[in-house]
Design a protein around this ligand. Structure first.
Ligand code: GDP
Ligand code: IMO
Ligand code: MG
Length: 424
């Protein structure tokens, strides 16, 4: 019996999908507990690339039960197209279940995400425009529609008409946007409801029963610690809790079920969307990392901002998530760029050095990284099969990161494929 959490420690896209896919081969149940199709998780298996947004990365294993918990916000249109895409590639989805409590991303949420970003002008967040924030707003306002509603056509139509009338007023009268045709939308979404109906089940109960039966459970984090609504770089964050603790609330299990919490980081840092990024590189090294590492968003295709590894951030993640181990991906991307820099602390504008990530943007304002330099490496490490095969400079880099962040590095990624992982 084991329940592992895999979680992002930076600003997302750390390669969680790859780590989850690897660990899913040893798990019987994979659970998503927060976020929505703002996530984009890439799994590369035998040269085939799968990009998953809502469906847990365990889906590629035919016997793995894949669960979407109550804390997820689900866009039915995107979900159905993701299902179709998997079916077209011969992947079965009979083992997929969605909690009836999960909230539905409605078309007005997507419209309002776009309109509010436009209204913010230069202060926009740079959201994925998938309607995530507005859906969570309605959940907490207690006026959201849930999966249960979606699969019950009369309930859905009634709630959609009432809520839709109000949303159309906001869209047209507050933002000057275009009203949504509610009746046409109800007809379209009722069809999605029919497709989703066989997948609906109580994920809290299923997870509990699996644990009681001694099955191995894997909780798949989406987004990441620095995008957490409370412990991230607010307001440049997402609207959920991508932390380890969020997993329990989002899937309906108690914290005592969890036996192991793995954080995923890149050997450097990236961010997509706006907001502070102390170690950002606006130079040819940053461009090189972006191009060699293929740092373009899985969901929106936007170029990712790139920078050096920031140990201040990872220490923050180790603390707020209670990490037991770290997986460091994309070490291969750093080959050939010369001396490597690692941020070990921040210089504050008033001349202090701090080692804890500041709780507010104001506290972070004007902070500059204190760097330590480490020797780089030029070898192609993508074919290494064992940690011991890595060049000495790679091992020294990994071992120094481990000391700086205060957490054991249990896996090192040297390429996107399932097989390109070195376990320690
Ligand atoms: P996620 O959102 O955390 O699942 O990460 P994404 O899938 O959005 O982005 C990670 C990208 O890095 C994907 O294109 C992966 O295929 C790729 N990737 C993951 N691990 C490695 C690695 O160790 N080396 C290289 N070169 N690519 C990797
Ligand atoms: P995965 O699971 C990277 C970012 C967006 C934006 C902010 C808010 O693939 O790591 P939202 O649409 O959530 O309201 O946008 O959060 N963001 C991500 N960045 N990876 C993700 O997911 C992200 N999900 C949201 O770019 O800055
Ligand atoms: Mg991603």
């Amino acid at each position: 019996m084991a329940a592992n959490i895999v979680i992002g420690t930076q600003w997302g896209d750390e390669g969680k999908g790859k780590i989850i896919d690897i660990l899913a081969s040893r798990a019987e149940v994979v659970v998503r507990s927060q976020g929505g199709n703002n996530a984009g998780h890439t799994v590369v298996s035998n040269g085939e690339t799968y990009k998953l947004h809502l469906i847990p990365s365990g889906i590629l294993y035919p016997n793995t039960l894949c669960l979407i918990g109550a804390g997820v916000v689900l866009d039915p249109k995107d979900f159905v197209s993701e299902l179709d895409g998997l079916h077209a590639r011969g992947i079965k989805t009979d083992n997929l279940k969605i909690d009836p409590r999960a909230h539905v991303v409605m078309p007005w949420h997507i419209t309002l995400d776009g309109l509010s970003e436009k209204f913010r002008g230069n202060s926009d967040i740079g959201t994925t425009k998938r309607g995530i924030g507005p859906t969570y707003m309605d959940k907490y306002e207690r006026c959201g529609l849930r999966i249960y509603d979606l699969v019950h056509p009369e309930i859905f139509a009634e709630k959609a008409r009432t809520t839709g009338a109000l949303k159309n007023k906001i869209i047209t009268e507050v933002y000057g946007g275009e009203a949504i045709d509610i009746e046409q939308m109800i007809a379209e979404y009722t069809e999605y409801g029919k497709i989703l109906a066989p997948y609906v089940d109580d994920v809290s109960v299923l997870t509990f029963e699996a644990d009681q039966a001694g099955k191995t459970i894997l909780f798949e984090g989406a987004q990441a610690t620095l995008l957490d609504i409370d412990f991230g770089t607010y307001p440049y964050v997402t609207s959920s809790h991508p932390l380890s603790a969020g997993v329990c609330v989002g899937s309906g299990v108690g914290p005592k079920m969890i036996s192991n919490i793995i954080g995923v980081a890149k050997a450097y840092t990236t961010r997509v969307g706006k907001g502070p990024f102390p170690t950002e590189l606006d130079d040819e090294i940053g461009d090189r990392i972006r191009n060699v590492g293929g740092e373009f968003g899985t969901t929106t295709g936007r170029p990712r901002r790139t920078g050096w590894f920031d140990a201040v951030i990872i220490r923050h993640s180790v603390r707020v998530n209670g990490l037991d181990g770290l997986a460091i991906n994309k070490l291969d991307t750093l080959s050939g760029i010369g001396t490597l820099k690692v941020c070990v602390a921040y210089h504050t504008p008033d001349g202090r050095q701090i080692k804890d990530f500041p709780p507010t943007l104001e506290g972070l304002d004007g902070c500059t990284p204190v760097y330590e330099e480490l020797p780089g490496f030029d070898e192609d490490i993508s074919g290494c099969k064992e940690y011991s095969e890595l060049p000495a400079a790679c091992k020294a880099y990994i071992e120094r990161l481990e000391e700086l962040v205060g957490c054991k590095i249990v896996m090192v990624g040297v390429g996107p494929d399932r097989s390109q992982i070195l376990e320690r």
